[in-house]
Design a protein around this ligand. Structure first.
Ligand code: CP3
Length: 344
């Protein structure tokens, strides 16, 4: 009988075990570049989709069926678990928007932590459904946003070009930011534990905006919260991936973390980075916009990354950030064919 834990080349690479070929999945692999995803979105809003287990399961499976990726990522959003805290984002205007940003002591105090088995019961139900449908062939990745990345959306009330409000808080009332970070850290740890109990095979912590700070501020504000979450999950034995976009300036700090794998964005050269991340599996790191290049260029760059990855403790091929909506399907097909055809 097949056993996911021993047979999945994705999980093996995360654990640093040798495999013949390089596994591949891509961040945001379920999403708007897929016509079948758009068809589901015609019937359901983004929030409805995230809260309906059957639909979330369907869109999780779509990229697996189409491309045969070596791992599935559960469909949801990093902002979804904030709604039961009292901060529900609206996605109908394009980017996520909060009706009222969370900025004052009262607003932060009013955010409440909750039991994820109750507040996000639909996520647990979706994971169980996804696991049933994926069977013993394709592992399922659970995820959460890092407390700092979540804090940027809460404080700014959505996306931001410069994070001016958050930075003003950091430089005037760091205690307020710390209070918010503590709450988000407690909630995120509980949320990921719930996902693991529901059956995910690996977890990824997305830190999209952790890279906007001076390294000393990253070390004081962000790193301890990330560490508390990763350490709190260790006993589960489920492999953990930390993806910090723009992590190059923080590499000496990030490598103090006890984590199986580090996500690298496309600005980092794998070969040059490896000596500094010897104890970790790496995940990455093709520029998502390289998928707009010629197919020869996609093949050339993908192979370069696969070859560089052979010297790592483990390598999971991925993009250096999420795939963008207008990416041509044929480019993804070429990428997957190239990576899955490469032999170490
Ligand atoms: O990777 C996957 O396929 C799983 C699902 C997933 C989504 N978002 C679905 C989504 C995951 C893992 C995320 C993570 C996420 N969400 C991050 C961290 C990673 C990153 O990309 O930086 C962040 C910062 C968010 C917040 C968010 N969600 C934004 C800024 C937006 C709008 C703009 C955009 O990039 O799409 C979303 C919406 C969202 N999340 C969509 C999808 C498929 C598009 C919504 C739609 O269908 O209209």
């Amino acid at each position: 009988m097949a056993d996911l834990k021993t047979d999945s080349i994705f999980l093996k690479n995360l654990r640093g075990e040798p495999t013949e070929r390089t596994p591949i999945w891509v961040m945001r692999q379920a999403g708007r570049y897929l016509p079948e995803y758009m068809a589901v979105r015609e019937k359901l809003s983004f929030n409805e989709l995230c809260r309906t287990p059957e639909a979330a399961c369907e869109v999780t499976l779509q990229p697996i069926r189409r491309f045969g990726f070596d791992a599935a990522i559960m469909f949801s959003d990093i902002l979804t678990p904030l709604a039961p805290m009292g901060a529900a984002f609206d996605f109908s205007q394009g980017g996520p928007k909060l009706e009222k940003p969370i900025r004052t002591e009262e607003e932060i105090g009013a955010l409440h932590t909750y039991d994820p088995e109750e507040g996000t019961d639909f996520v647990a139900a979706a994971i169980k459904l996804m696991k049933e449908n994926l069977g013993d062939k394709t592992p399922l990745i659970g995820f959460a946003g890092s407390p700092f990345t979540l804090a940027t959306y809460l404080i700014e009330g959505g996306g931001s070009a410069d994070f001016a409000t958050l930075k003003a808080m950091l430089y005037t009332r760091p205690d307020l930011l710390d209070d918010l970070m503590t709450k988000l850290t407690d909630q995120t740890l509980a949320y990921l534990r719930m996902q693991i109990a529901a059956g995910v095979d690996a977890v990824q912590l997305f830190d999209t905006w952790g890279g906007i700070l001076h390294p000393a501020d990253y070390a004081r504000v962000v790193l301890p919260c990330v560490k508390r979450i990763l350490d709190g999950l260790k006993e589960t034995g489920v492999p953990r991936i930390y993806f910090l976009k723009g992590s190059a300036p923080y590499l000496d700090l990030v490598t103090t973390l006890d984590v199986e794998a580090l996500g690298l964005d496309w600005t980092m050269d794998i070969t040059g980075t490896l000596p500094r991340v010897k104890d970790f599996a790496v995940q990455g790191n093709l520029d998502p916009l390289a998928l707009f290049g010629t197919h020869d260029e996609i093949r050339r760059r993908a192979l370069e990354i696969c070859k560089a990855g052979t010297a790592a403790r483990g390598h999971v091929f991925n993009l250096g950030h999420g795939i963008t909506p207008p990416t041509p399907i044929a480019a993804v097909e070429t990428l997957v064919e190239t990576v899955q055809g490469f032999r170490r």
